[in-house]
Design a protein around this ligand. Structure first.
Ligand code: TRP
Length: 448
């Protein structure tokens, strides 16, 4: 986006540019930290199956809806609802999205800081600087967490103040294939180690008796989080999208890239847990996991350390740097939402908006840095509950206020003949009834 002032709204440089930016937003800690952690703690292969169903049956249709709202209105989430109807309630849905984004970003930067720190941990470990390495691995160290989270937030603000598109588009284009490459190498390595087959079974052979309302609720929240849905990030990104683009196709590509990387990350990390256990690292206490929020951050370095030597060092450093870049392309989308809101609705110049909002969120990040147990609480309220509720209300908006037919007319601009396709018959049914009913049912049964 060549956005420089509040008066001119930017656009993505190219078709691929948008897909890369949206995929960059989707692929992040959610795929490599959130997803494997939840598979490990909540139900193995049974969780994987429910997650895939939520992604394709609920997430994908909602993504198409968000992008259509964004492109039609050309606005931030609050402005978008104002632009498309005179209803007074829906702009509050946009505002709720902005709030979810603010809180999610506040803990996201702390976890991103862990990932970034581990790139250096690998170096210190290699050099034998054990106490420096140990300092970086202590995820409970408040001042350290706050320091690295601040570095991360400054980086995000800096990018948001300038032109977003060049940076994100370029970073994503080289990062994604590399990240996939390293994950595939690591999968190859892990699967040949003792203990791995136990993990593969856990990941791919479902025990359906583990499915319950809590698991479905968590998998649905994870699907929204991983696709960056439910808070208007894709309304905002859609607002920079050219009228020539094919929305359903772009949404499908982004969904597939996101799910593909999450699936591979699980195939690397779940077996690695069992390999680590077979090697004597304490992963389970009884049949409970020894830790959850920082599980992935214990398993991965252990893996790189057992590979050892220069190869272990290079793989470890490159992996954590790539993960940090993946997290950065996600924090950019999280910060862009409240910033676009302040620019559009309160007429603040971009630079001022980015610094004001970013530093405000950094204050919450610093609190989270000292109390990392807040991550679980925030994750539950603003991610597992907040995002699906946002998605539910967006479906209701498109179904009954703006109308699915208007959305299809918007899609028609870049996808000629869409109204004659099967998609145009099926997608509205999802938006009218299947998605809202499934989301509402899952939320209610979780609380009962
Ligand atoms: N999808 C990102 C991830 O998986 C996180 C993220 C970025 C996000 N933007 C978002 C989550 C907007 C919810 C809403 O890491």
């Amino acid at each position: 986006m060549a956005v420089t002032s509040s008066s001119e709204r930017g656009s993505w440089n190219s078709k691929l540019g948008f897909i890369l930016a949206a995929a960059g937003s989707a692929v992040g800690l959610g795929n490599i930290w959130g997803f494997p952690t939840k598979v490990a703690t909540e139900g193995g292969a049974a969780y994987l199956i429910i997650y895939l169903l939520c992604t394709f049956l609920i997430g994908f249709p909602v993504m198409v809806a968000e992008l259509s709202i964004g492109r039609k209105s050309g606005k931030n989430p609050v402005g978008a609802f104002k632009a498309l109807s005179s209803n007074k309630f829906f702009p509050l849905v946009g505002l709720w999205g902005v709030i979810c984004g603010v809180v999610i970003l506040s803990f996201y930067t702390v976890i991103a800081g862990w990932a970034f720190g581990y790139a250096f941990e690998e170096i210190f470990y290699f050099l034998g600087w054990d106490s420096a390495a140990a300092w970086l691995t202590d995820t409970g160290n408040g001042p350290k967490n706050a320091l690295i989270a601040s570095v991360f937030m400054f980086g995000t603000i800096k990018i948001i103040t300038g032109g977003v598109s060049d940076g994100i588009e370029k970073a994503t284009k080289t990062m994604m294939p590399l990240l996939i490459g390293i994950i595939v190498i690591m999968i190859g390595y892990v699967l040949t180690q003792p203990g791995a087959s136990e993990g593969v079974k856990e990941y791919l052979l479902p025990d359906f008796s583990r499915i319950n309302a809590g698991l479905i609720f968590s998998a649905m929240g994870q699907a929204f989080f991983s696709l960056s849905l439910g808070m208007g990030a894709l309304i905002t990104y859609g607002s920079y999208l050219s009228k020539k683009e094919n929305i359903p196709q772009a949404a499908a590509l982004v969904t597939l890239a996101d799910v593909g990387i999450a699936f591979l990350a699980g195939l690397m990390i779940i077996p690695a847990m069992y390999v680590a256990q077979a090697a004597g690292i304490e992963i389970f206490v009884g049949d409970q996991l020894a830790s959850s929020t920082d599980l992935v951050f214990q398993i991965l370095p252990a893996l790189f350390h057992t590979i050892g030597g220069v190869l272990g060092l290079v793989l470890g450093v490159v992996f954590f740097l790539l993960l940090s870049i993946a997290a950065l392309t996600s924090t950019i989308s999280l910060l862009e939402v409240p910033v676009a809101y302040v620019i559009d609705e309160h007429n603040v110049p971009r630079k001022k908006a980015a610094w004001g909002v970013g530093l405000g969120i950094l204050v919450i990040s610093i609190i989270v840095s000292f109390y990392p147990s807040l991550i679980g609480t925030f994750d539950n309220i603003f991610n597992n509950l907040g995002l699906p509720i946002g998605g539910l209300l967006m479906c209701i908006f498109v179904a009954f206020v703006w109308k699915t037919d208007s959305a299809l007319s918007e899609m028609e601009l870049g996808f000629e003949g869409v109204k004659q396709t099967l998609f145009a018959k099926v997608w509205p049914v999802f938006i009218w009834i299947i998605c809202p009913a499934a989301i509402a049912y899952n939320i209610i049964s979780n609380f009962l």
